[in-house]
Ligand binder design. Structure first.
Ligand SMILES: C[S@@+](CC[C@H](N)C(=O)[O-])C[C@H]1O[C@@H](n2cnc3c(N)ncnc32)[C@H](O)[C@@H]1O
Length: 270
């Protein structure tokens, strides 16, 4: 969980039920920060490999949307990618006329988020994130090269017993990076997320792919109108191929304050 002045980011895994704590979070936000209105919201996840193992309301996106709709009258639900294959679900807020982007453009701060969700990962890389191969998280962070993806981060990392790895990193100016690794060969999964400002995300995306060697991955980038990363969508549109990965899907959306690009790549041949 990352908490900043006007936002919090909650990342969960397994059969956690993040939407069930929504009402309590809203109450706490009012109690501790005095905020009574949600300005923006992004609830997103990849399609599950075994949705039936989840707990209600997370067994299907419609249930999640119903719960969110009950709280947010301006909510809008999307699915990017192929609904019958790899895809990515998003619930966000739709504009009210009074909150139109033109009326607030003077107030907004630069903001961007890059997320890469990887599956079918290289077994040798995944073995690093086990207690068999590494004594502790610091060793796994160094051995895998995670510390070199975005240098100069203050890192808080954890190596689970017998396997599994999580890290949160922050820079001096408040940017973050967060990586969570499930190394089990039958359902290997790595998520990577950062909000580091950059005129191009190509180098970070390439470093992440070289570090984890996924069989397939989704990449999503949110940018607002004043973000230095704004040109990334154009860059990803041109990336039909990244090293040994071919692009299979690409979609773009424009929301109230943010533009979004989604792309899905697989290693060839597949
Ligand atoms: C990286 S963790 C999920 C991280 C989660 N977002 C967090 O920070 O708590 C998932 C991996 O850790 C392993 N694991 C081992 N013990 C765990 C525990 N107590 N809770 C969650 N995952 C655990 C799982 O088998 C899986 O490979």
């Amino acid at each position: 969980m990352f908490i900043s002045k006007r936002r919090f980011i909650l990342k969960t895994c397994g059969t956690t039920t993040p939407l069930l704590c929504l009402q309590k979070l809203l109450l706490l936000t009012e109690q501790y920060a005095g905020f009574t209105e949600v300005e923006d919201l992004f609830y997103s996840r990849k399609n599950y490999k075994r949705p039936e193992l989840q707990v209600t309301p997370h067994q299907d996106f419609d249930q999640e949307v119903a719960l969110l709709d009950a709280v947010f009258p301006d909510g809008a639900a999307y699915c990017l990618g192929a609904v019958n294959r790899d895809c990515w679900y998003l619930y966000t807020l739709n504009p009210l006329p009074r909150r139109n982007r033109d009326s607030i453009v003077g107030d907004i701060e630069p903001d961007q988020t890059l997320e890469i969700l990887m599956t079918d990962l290289d077994p040798e890389v995944m073995a690093i994130f086990t207690k068999e191969e590494c004594l502790n998280a610091t060793e796994a962070t160094k051995k895998s090269g995670i510390d070199k993806i975005i240098p100069n981060m203050v890192i808080d990392d954890f190596l689970f017993e017998p396997c599994g790895y999580s890290m949160n990193g922050v820079t001096k100016n408040g940017s973050y990076m967060t990586i969570h690794i499930t190394p089990e060969p039958d359902f290997s999964y790595v998520s990577f997320e950062t909000n580091i400002p950059s005129s191009s995300y190509k180098e970070i995306i390439t470093k992440v792919l070289d570090t984890f060697l996924p069989g397939k991955f989704t990449v999503t980038v949110f940018t607002n109108q004043v973000s230095p990363t704004k040109a990334t969508a154009q860059e990803i549109l041109c990336l039909n191929q990244i090293a040994k990965w071919d692009r299979r899907d690409i979609q773009q959306c424009s929301f109230k304050n943010y533009d979004l690009i989604y792309a899905f790549y697989t290693k060839f041949p597949s």
